[in-house]
Design a protein around this ligand. Structure first.
Ligand SMILES: C[S@@+](CC[C@H](N)C(=O)[O-])C[C@H]1O[C@@H](n2cnc3c(N)ncnc32)[C@H](O)[C@@H]1O
Length: 350
């Protein structure tokens, strides 16, 4: 939880430079680890019903009482918990971590905590050499709980974005076959199939990722219309490349766009959703996140954030007309591009 500094202390650390500002960051890092420990212990859920004492909590969580009290005090000092005498309650930040909250931020915190703790050492080496110091997807395949967390996180984001994406760029009338490249959890394919009766979808992903999507399609009653494959096939009316290109270096990313467009029939629609490197209208937190996300990409995947004009150029090189670019209200860091295969503009396929 970002420390809530009183104005005088904030001025000393952050404005006047009279005390080391990196100490504030160090405390934030410790708070991040403490919060992840609280999350794994089930602490925030145990406090969901209201304030409780440490002895009772220690028994319920199966924790050593003195050690739990130290964690509780650290979380209270950093704003996750509120302490009143000998009782502790969830603060505002902890409210975001409850497993009962739909789209709980606990999924994101748990995933990023595992990734940063396990993969971010050696960042300086990646910057020095320009080559990634880790292999994100190979690591993910060995960590089943983090793997589930990653796909749940992607799915939560897709739940939040689908409606706006579908409204921003309606599919062409009569579209019957949709290809979802790197579609993982299949939420976007499921959403489009629910909107369009005559549509069926093929999700292409790494073999280990397809199980998640399959389970989601079955749960949505769409097992017969959302299929899964490791190769894209051809003749699709629509292809989605959503949040995939940033995981690749420029040349492989360009080739993926080429592969996606090659899988379309002439006149088919290519949709690309990506994180923008310079998000328009994003606040300080979102902008800083986008910058640090790219640092993560270069170190763990050799990936990058690509501006809309680069994506547009790759689409054209692959045989599409000029793309229309749609910034998204619900997530200022994301941008959606729509382009038609052939010498046409998106509007003409409506
Ligand atoms: C960030 S997730 C995006 C998932 C989904 N498209 C979305 O927007 O929510 C990236 C997806 O690309 C998949 N992926 C990564 N490398 C891949 C590869 N070489 N071939 C196929 N899929 C890949 C991952 O497994 C993951 O499901």
């Amino acid at each position: 939880m970002p420390l809530s500094l009183p104005p005088q202390e904030a001025a000393r650390y952050l404005v006047a430079g009279q005390a080391p500002a990196p100490l504030v960051d160090l405390v934030h890092t410790m708070a991040f680890h403490a919060a992840a420990a609280g999350l794994r212990l089930g602490l925030f859920d145990a406090l969901a019903g209201g304030a409780r004492g440490p002895e009772e909590l220690a028994e319920e969580l199966g924790a050593e009482p003195y050690s739990l009290r130290v964690l509780l005090d650290a979380l209270a000092a950093t704003g996750y918990l509120e302490r009143d005498g000998d009782r502790y309650a969830n603060g505002v930040a902890a409210g975001w971590l409850l497993s009962s909250t739909p789209g709980s931020y606990g999924t994101a915190l748990g995933f990023w905590h595992a990734l940063i703790s396990e993969l971010w050492s050696g960042l300086d080496g990646s910057v020095r050499t320009g080559t990634p110091g880790a292999d994100f997807y190979a690591w993910l395949a060995t960590r089943s709980e983090v793997f589930r967390g990653f796909h749940a996180l992607q799915r939560n984001l897709a739940d939040w974005l689908f409606e706006e994406v579908a409204e921003a760029v309606p599919l062409p009338k009569g579209a019957a076959r949709l290809l979802d490249l790197g579609g993982g959890h299949a939420r976007f394919s499921i959403g489009y199939c629910l909107l369009h009766e005559g549509l069926s979808a093929t999700v292409v992903d790494l073999p280990e990722a397809l199980e998640t999507g399959r389970a989601n399609a079955e749960a949505a009653g769409l097992a017969g219309r959302v299929g899964f494959a490791t190769e894209p096939g051809t003749g699709h009316d629509v292809v989605l490349l959503f949040n995939v290109l940033h995981g690749f270096a420029p040349e492989p990313a360009r080739r993926l766009v080429e592969e996606a467009v090659a899988a379309l029939r002439p006149g088919g629609l290519a949709l690309v959703l990506e994180t923008a490197p310079s998000p328009v209208g994003a606040g300080v937190v979102d902008t800083a996140f986008a910058r640090c996300f790219e640092l993560n990409l270069l170190h763990t995947q050799g990936g990058r954030l690509y501006p809309a004009h680069v994506l547009d150029e790759w689409l054209r090189l692959a045989g599409c007309g000029p793309a229309t670019v749609h910034p998204l209200r619900r997530m200022a860091t994301r941008v959606l591009l729509a382009a038609v295969k052939g010498d046409t503009h998106y509007e003409t396929v409506q």
